[in-house]
Structure formats: C-alpha cells, structure tokens
Write a protein that binds this ligand. Structure first.
Ligand code: 3PY
Ligand code: MG
Length: 255
C-alpha cells in the first residue's frame, strides 16, 4: 500500500511530526471518508470498543485509500487480532492495556515478520492479495507502526522497562482507562492521573519513543501538545455527529 516515494506514516511518526486525527468507532466506510476528507492526518480505527472486529476495518481502509493512514486498535494484545489488523494493510496497530515489558515484547514479535518477530505470513489485502507479496513482506517491518497503550497504573509502574523493548514506535496514553485503574474513572484531569501521564512521558522521551494521547475534543488534547505529545486522537465520530446535531437544534430552538 502507499506510494513508495512518499514518507510512510511510521517515518512521519518517528520523525516527530504532529499527526492529528480522530477516533472512528463505527464500522462505516462513509464516516472514514468524511473524516479523511475533513483533513485528518490519520484515523484511529477502534476495533477494541467499536462494534466490529479488526478484519472488519478493511472496508474503511479501502474507502480512504492512500489519502489517510489508518491505525487499527485491536481488542487486546493477542496474536490473532494483531495479524488480522495488519493483514488489512493498516499503517499500524494500537494495542490496548500493555502493562509489562513481557507483554510489549510479545506484541512486537506478533507485529513483525521473521527474523525480527513471528508475524504469520499469509496473503491478504496488505500483500496486494498475493500480487504484491514479496514487496510487502520486504517492507512491512520498516513501514508498520506499533503503538502501545499505557493505560493502567501497572503499565505506568513498568513503563521504563516497557519503553526499552525494541520495536515500539510510540506509547499512547488512554486517559480513561488509566483514570479508571486509579479509582478515578473519567477524572482525566485529576492531579494523580496527570502525575502518572508525566511518568509515561518522561520514560517515552528518555527511550526515544513518540507519545500519543486521546481526548474528547480540542480542549482535552491541547495541554498535551505542549508536553511533547505528537500522535493525537481528538474527538470521535459519534461525538462530532451528536455535537453537530445538538448545536443545530439548539440554534433553531433559541436555546
Ligand atoms: C482510554 O482513554 O482509555 C483510551 O483508550 C482512549 O484511546
Ligand atoms: Mg482505553
């Protein structure tokens, strides 16, 4: 996938380019097209909480084509989900709830073809359905981004060890799960939650990894921009849709 003359998403991520995208929670190619056309730098396709499996993200990728790189968040850091997500031709995977270095190492192994890892070798969209097999297999380890979510206080405690695992491109904070693991569900601006986020930030930057974060809107992610976060998921499809409808209704009803 992608034009080889262009920089890949992974190259742009690793170069520290600010990449602003949004979360897609509905398995709708049309919504992916709308968000790509709106100018998103990338799409966070959510096959963890969204009502679809990693392989069902494929029509969304087909809809946006080369216009917008898509990362698929898998339901959990398991081999099958990672394999199926990458086989769609996704620009990378986002793996939730990585709490130990051992878990991180397994995720990297499942995401990289031998000799770097143990990713299964098959024929799918990523490989041009077989017609681009050799080319894809030669490039995939270099061109596929692996983003690990640190979103549990156990992951924060282990983050220095996690960050040292070779092959990780970015650590991505899940503020909602992180706050929940600290007994403060949804209190993403709680000082203790902020302290935990700062611990992850320091470990990532010390290890030369990039930093990502989700926020419900621009206001939620803005403070993170100044802290060195570059992989940004702001808002999500259903929130945009509901907000737009609410604003229009309120304007017409004089609220
Ligand atoms: C969280 O906030 O837990 C997330 O996973 C957001 O991406
Ligand atoms: Mg989460």
């Amino acid at each position: 996938m992608g034009m080889s003359m262009d920089r890949t998403f992974r190259q742009r991520l690793r170069a520290g380019e600010r990449l602003i995208g949004t979360l897609v929670s509905l398995p709708s190619p049309e919504i992916a097209e709308v968000l790509a056309a709106a100018g998103c730098d990338w799409l966070f396709i959510d096959a963890e909480h969204g009502a679809f499996e990693p392989a069902q993200a494929q029509p969304l990728l087909q809809a946006v084509g080369d216009r917008c790189p898509c990362l698929i968040r898998v339901p959990a850091g398991g081999e099958v989900a990672i394999k199926k997500a990458l086989d769609t031709g996704a620009a990378g995977v986002i793996v939730p709830q990585v709490n130990t270095a051992e878990q991180a190492a397994r995720v990297i192994a499942w995401s990289k073809f031998p000799p770097q890892g143990t990713r299964g070798v098959g024929i799918a969209r990523a490989h041009g359905y077989g017609h681009g097999f050799a080319d894809y297999v030669a490039r995939a380890n270099e061109e596929t981004a692996v983003v690990l979510q640190i979103e549990h206080i156990d992951g924060v405690r282990n983050v220095r060890d996690i960050a040292r695992v070779p092959g990780i491109d970015a650590l991505f904070i899940g503020p909602y799960d992180l706050s929940a693991s600290m007994g403060r569900t949804g209190q993403v601006d709680d000082p203790e939650v902020h302290k935990a986020i700062a611990t992850v930030r320091d470990a990532a930057l010390a290890a030369g990894l990039k930093l990502g974060v989700f926020g419900v809107g621009a206001g939620a992610v803005k403070p993170h921009l100044a802290q060195g976060f570059t992989l940004i998921a702001a808002g999500c499809d259903t929130i945009f849709l509901g907000n737009g409808a609410r604003q229009t209704l309120a304007a017409l009803r004089g609220e």
